[in-house]
Design a protein. Structure first.
Length: 234
């Protein structure tokens, strides 16, 4: 007579056996424990289709019970147990709440260095020794012989070789190619300027007393300045 007031039959009871007993788990077992028990039972049963079907049905029944309890706003026994376990745990220190980030290297008190152009400083003057002494002397001596021995010497080639000798010698002394190239080019320009002034100051009609052409007079200051730079710039 009271059919309308009967509660909905529990699928676990309708199946004739307790699904928790079939899986071998407690009522307050977590979802991970239930899933692990299901896998263990299936591996124990082997290829028995009927037994495996009962295990799957028990697993589905437990999931449906948990879902129905959530939909009805009730907290399951497993959820209450999990909440109690969380509350019983000691508080985690704030410093170890998550993975610690690697410590960044500390910058010096002055901060990052300011980018800027470094102006070249004046070179130190020191007489070369060893190979740095005899190499420019011998090379410049050969170039001077070529300059004054030939009737029409190739002045451009001779000055280029003299500049190359100075670059190599300065590079060997200070180890900085760009600095060596800059000083050699500066000495070349200064020598050409001095040679031009010297040639302009001479009267073309005045005999020099020596068979020296005007191009030889202009090239002589260049060779001397390049030689001095190769010997003294350190």
């Amino acid at each position: 007579m009271n059919q309308g007031s009967d509660p909905t039959p529990d699928p676990a009871r309708a199946s004739g056996s307790d699904p928790y007993q079939q899986l071998g788990v407690a009522l307050d077992a977590s979802f991970d424990d239930v899933q692990a028990a299901r896998q263990q039972r299936l591996s124990e049963l082997g290829d028995d289709p009927m037994a495996r079907a009962r295990v799957e049905a028990a697993y589905d029944t437990i999931l449906m019970n948990r879902l129905r309890e959530r939909q009805q706003g009730r907290v399951s026994t497993a959820a209450r147990s999990a909440s109690q376990r969380e509350q019983s745990k000691p508080p985690t220190p704030a410093g170890s709440s998550g993975p610690s980030l690697p410590r960044l290297p500390q910058l010096p008190m002055g901060g990052l260095p300011r980018p800027g152009l470094s102006w070249p400083s004046l070179p130190s003057l020191q007489l070369a020794s060893g190979r740095e002494l005899w190499f420019p002397l011998a090379s410049t001596g050969v170039l001077l012989v070529l300059l004054f021995a030939l009737s029409s010497p190739p002045a451009e080639l001779i000055l280029s070789l003299a500049t190359l000798v100075t670059v190599l010698n300065l590079q060997r002394r200070n180890g900085r190619f760009l600095v060596s190239l800059g000083w050699s080019f500066g000495l070349l320009c200064l020598g050409l300027l001095a040679g031009g002034v010297l040639a302009a100051s001479l009267d073309p009609s005045m005999p020099l007393g020596l068979p020296i052409a005007l191009v030889q007079v202009q090239s002589l200051p260049v060779l001397l300045l390049l030689l001095l730079g190769a010997l003294f710039i350190a």
